[in-house]
Write a protein that binds this ligand. Structure first.
Ligand code: FAD
Length: 411
């Protein structure tokens, strides 16, 4: 079976035959790429290499309904077995890619085998940054994988542990909310003055702090973690730089992630804070594209690369990247409006666009006090973002309107 460049307006159809494609990373972005390839008519061999020994599953519930016990592991699969089978993928699960041959599309696996491919889709995502010195301390958790979530939940539901969360970003806030639902005493520590202020701006960051406080979450913002208190390698608390101590039986560290690019060392692919891509998710090797949390994609309108860590970007980039890979050059640019949501303390927060804390912000619908509103961010009188709290319909309309702004119209 083979595939001659296929689809898409602007594709020159002269990129040569492609009979095998390798997708590295078997999660949301990788699975989306496989779907897009088959939808585009690629009927060649598709090999998907995944470090985790399980079929692709959804991560967002790991900090929310899975942690509280509302959603069992069996319901996290990204697709049912029939859809997975229909993709006709050769799965290499429980296997890591350890190298990519320079200038080629051959992927080396950790068992010494090599997947010879005509093109590679890099979808290796990111992993949480550990707290220095806390890597092997029992009771200290990171949260990225199902295994991480199973281990964290096991500790949260045994006895009534006191929980400290280092990092008040989305993961930290959602885990704090889940801990409250589980009836646990929980405190969030962050060096910032307000939670999520760099993303939402200070007005709505204050609202997030209020949500935490109303539900009984302890807040230690503007506080720096100096280290952990341990006893026989078991965490007993968190030491703060001001000399105070926070007792804790369980600590969750949510201080950001690092893109999984190490395996690309020596491949000739440009990497930095992620795989460096052009505006079409194509790397410095035209036979290699990158998508999802690992991809740092050039945004012409911003004049720089952006690495998005959002569910929706991982799925949307797959279509652009796959089309460009099959074309053999960058025929399409990725221009979708960035979007993410977060569920915390019974509130759904949705944000689209790229607001900055310094933007002007106006509530255009609903009421902040009632925790149901829509707000628009503008910069130099241009719309740059929209935020909704418990107002999904108004948000959907505003997001569509933002997508009509020239900056987001695909070329
Ligand atoms: C707890 C949690 C909650 C979240 N909640 C939200 C939310 O509410 N809203 C939202 O918009 N986003 C949310 N996200 C973010 C969203 O899940 C990610 O953006 C999305 O998972 C990115 O998909 P990805 O496929 O790019 O990367 P990943 O999901 O990280 O998958 C990458 C895969 O590649 C594998 N891999 C890595 N290196 C190799 C290698 N060398 N060889 C083979 N395989 C490798 C990894 O093991 C992993 O399975 C959440 C994330 C987490 C962790």
């Amino acid at each position: 079976m083979s595939f001659h460049n296929p689809i898409g307006s602007g594709c020159r159809r002269d990129g040569g035959l492609m009979s095998t494609l390798a997708i590295v990373g078997a999660s949301l972005a990788g699975y989306s790429a496989a779907q897009q390839l088959r939808a585009a008519g690629f009927d060649g061999r598709l090999v998907m290499v995944g470090e985790e020994n399980r079929l692709p599953y959804d991560r967002p519930p790991l900090s929310k309904d899975f942690l509280t016990g509302r959603l069992p592991a069996g319901e996290l699969a990204l697709a049912d077995q029939a859809d997975v089978d229909a993709l006709g993928v050769d799965w290499e699960l429980g296997r890591s890619a350890v190298a990519l041959r320079p200038g080629e599309a051959a992927v080396e696996l950790d068992d010494g085998r090599r997947v010879e491919a005509d093109g590679v889709i890099v979808a290796t995502g990111a992993r949480p940054r550990p707290l220095p010195g806390a890597e092997r301390v029992s009771g200290v958790h990171l949260l990225r994988t199902m295994e991480d979530a199973v281990a964290l939940r096991a500790e949260l539901v045994s006895g009534r542990p006191k929980v400290a969360i280092v990092g008040g970003g989305f993961i930290g806030a959602e885990v704090a909310s889940s801990c409250v639902e589980l009836g646990l005493e929980v405190t969030v520590v962050d060096s910032a003055e307000l939670p999520l202020a760099d993303v939402l701006g200070s007005r709505f960051a204050r609202l997030c702090a209020q949500l935490h406080a109303e539900r009984g979450v302890g807040l230690r913002f503007g506080a720096t973690v100096a280290g952990l208190v341990t006893d026989a390698n078991r965490v007993r608390g968190v030491r703060l730089a001001d000399g105070s101590r926070l007792d804790a039986d369980v600590v969750l560290v949510g201080i950001g992630v690092r893109a999984n690019v190490d395996w690309l060392a020596g491949s000739g692919i440009d990497v930095g804070d992620g795989v460096q891509c052009d505006a079409g998710c194509v790397t410095s090797n035209p036979a290699v594209v990158a998508i999802g949390d690992v991809a740092s994609v050039y945004r012409p309108e911003l004049g720089r690369r952006v690495r998005a860590e959002h569910w929706t970007s991982a799925t949307q980039q797959a279509s652009t990247a796959v089309n460009n890979l099959l074309c053999g050059y960058t025929a399409h640019e990725f221009r979708a409006v960035p979007y993410f949501w977060s569920d915390q303390h019974g509130v759904r927060i949705q944000l689209a666009g790229e607001p900055r804390p310094t933007d002007e912000v106006t509530v255009t619908d609903g009421n902040v006090a009632e925790r149901r509103f829509l707000a628009q961010y503008t910069r130099d009188r241009h719309p740059v973002g929209v935020l909704a709290v418990n107002h999904p319909r108004a948000f959907a309309r505003a997001r569509r309107a933002l997508a009509r702004h020239p900056r987001y119209v695909p070329i």
